[in-house]
Design a binder for this molecule. Structure first.
Ligand code: UD1
Ligand code: UDP
Length: 360
């Protein structure tokens, strides 16, 4: 069974790394198509290097473009490869333009598609990711949902039970495989001169937050209020989209916010694991903070990860500064005794074994 795996962004590489390792270890026949949606060294290649992943067989080198041009160019490139490779099944993950292009290209060629991280819904169609998820789910043949919540979302949209498999989220596999390696590495905390549980970690990159000057400024204003209340260090690895927005809007970053370049995964999970609290609008970081037992304040009005709210690891704060401060107050001394809802770290194996059964 030859499997085509389509990747393109930082979270795809991280979340699919356990699956790629499993395919390598079992000597499975597979090939990887990298769309090149993310291409800067610290958003792409460093993850292949440190996670010890093989180079993708194909790299389309698409780079940054408008949604239509990016997705269209990917579609053309992926289709050509699928015509040559003729895999019986293609796997995609998540909700990016890369996901959308992979699903569209394969399903139009009547190639079976497996969607990992299926069934997530924010119910906010202004998010490009929500549109990508809905299309991906409705075109896919095998839907691998992280939890029963995402399973229920698909059932309520009329997707057949037979197509859905609750596999857990391979982010748990990634954490379990990489945290012990990360802990043996030089401690990023020493490099940043910060102490365990004595800093807040911040990330933001959603267009609805960072592409709007007032909202981005509000987030920094909230950080000012939080710093004056708690006096913790604030560490902020800056996504390239956010970096250019800070520059274009001429936002002055307060000196107590340590802005740094995006980190490798090993450093970043150490930084998450030792943080007192995380403020983020990232999807993956809402999940990881929950798995690692670190409280999270989400800088959004909705989340497609409601399981994290239900277990008590996460709270929605939007981007109003007072609400963010109130949310931090509520979460900062959480007992961190919640249960991880995202599975036991065997998702990658379960997904491949399921496909073997279905396609034999
Ligand atoms: C994309 C995904 C988003 C995901 C995020 C993960 C879509 C619609 N969005 O958003 O769902 O949460 O990746 O990080 O697919 N840039 C670089 N170097 C890079 C990549 C991007 O400099 O390697 C800069 C470019 O200026 C680019 C901007 O970041 O214009 C945005 O990149 P893009 O891939 O369009 O979207 P993301 O915001 O990264
Ligand atoms: N991440 C990383 N280095 C960083 C910031 C994030 O390795 O400097 C990892 C993080 O651990 C998570 C993933 O990148 O696994 C999340 O990616 P991102 O927030 O860009 O995307 P999203 O999950 O929102 O789609």
């Amino acid at each position: 069974m030859k499997i085509g795996v389509v990747i393109g962004t930082r979270p795809d590489i991280i979340k699919l790394s356990p699956l790629i390792r499993y395919l390598e270890n079992t000597k499975a026949e597979y090939f990887m198509i990298h769309t090149g949606q993310h291409y800067s060294y610290n958003m792409d290649k460093q993850f292949f290097e440190e996670l010890n992943l093989p180079e993708p067989k194909y790299n389309l080198g698409i780079g940054s473009k408008s949604h239509g041009e990016m997705t269209g160019t990917m579609l053309v490139g992926i289709e050509k490869i699928l015509v040559d490779e003729k895999p019986p099944v293609v796997l995609v993950l998540g909700d990016t333009n890369t996901t959308l292009a992979g699903v569209l290209a394969a399903s139009k060629m009547h190639i079976k598609v497996g969607h990992i991280e299926a069934g997530l819904r924010s119910y906010d169609k202004k998010m490009p990711e929500e549109v990508n998820r809905i299309v991906a789910d409705h075109l896919s043949d095998y839907l691998f949902t992280p939890t029963s919540v995402s399973y229920g979302n698909l059932i309520s949209e009329g997707i057949l039970r037979d197509k859905i498999y609750i596999s857990g989220n391979p982010i748990v596999d990634a954490i379990q495989q990489n945290l012990p390696i990360a802990e043996k590495k030089e401690l990023i905390l020493d490099r940043l001169k910060i102490d365990k549980k004595n800093y807040f970690l911040v990330t933001t990159h959603r267009p609805e937050n960072v592409d709007n000057k007032n909202i981005l400024q509000n987030i920094f204003d909230a950080l000012k209020m939080i710093h004056s209340e708690y006096n913790y260090d604030i560490i902020f690895p800056v996504h390239p989209r956010t970096k250019s927005c800070i520059k274009n809007f001429e936002i002055v970053v307060p000196e107590f916010v340590k802005t740094i370049d995006p980190l490798g995964y090993l450093d970043f999970i150490q930084l998450q694991n030792n943080a007192k609290l995380i403020l983020t609008d990232s999807g993956g970081i809402q999940e990881e903070s929950c798995v690692l037992g670190v409280p999270c304040v989400t800088l959004r009005e909705h989340t497609e990860r409601p399981e994290t709210i239900d277990v008590g690891s996460n709270i929605l704060a939007g981007t109003d500064k007072d609400r963010i401060c109130d949310a931090v107050k509520l979460m900062v001394n959480s007992e961190n005794s919640w249960e991880n809802p995202y599975g036991d770290g065997t998702s990658a194996k379960k997904i491949i074994q399921y496909l073997h059964k279905k396609l034999k």
